[in-house]
Design a binder for this molecule. Structure first.
Ligand SMILES: [Cu+2]
Length: 128
């Protein structure tokens, strides 16, 4: 668990953490709380980072037979005005795949979240 906080204008990111899986870190899930404190609805449409080849928005779905799968959120994540969305283990999260370098404890990774109306917001994750 790690915490880093970015406040840029009025989309607020807090409690961010990154969980690396698969040996040298073949993939990582990113969790955080995002508050849309702007004047209107918005939508998180994409995420990017220089440290992984691919970054996606995922949701976690448990099928009726108990199989847990991750689903690509093609339409992004919608925020109504003032809405707080928590990205957490077992729910919606950011998925980073294909590291461009070994991801080690203590590394700080920059990611950029792209919102339809608000634009891009940068945040830093510390690997723990
Ligand atoms: Cu995922």
């Amino acid at each position: 668990m790690c915490f880093s906080k970015s406040v840029v204008a009025e989309v607020i990111i807090s409690n961010s953490s990154i969980k690396v899986s698969g040996g040298m870190g073949k993939a990582a899930a990113v969790f955080m709380t995002i508050v849309n404190d702007t004047d209107g609805a918005d939508r998180l449409i994409s995420v990017r980072t220089l440290d992984f080849k691919k970054a996606m928005l995922h949701d976690t779905i448990t099928s009726t037979d108990g199989v847990v799968k991750m689903k690509h959120l093609m339409m992004g994540i919608k925020f109504s005005k003032g809405e707080e969305v928590t990205l957490a283990s077992g729910g919606k999260h950011l998925m980073l795949m294909g590291p461009n370098k070994p991801i080690l404890t203590g590394d700080s990774l920059k990611i950029w979240l792209n919102f339809e109306s608000f634009g891009e917001i940068e945040t830093t994750l510390i690997v723990q």
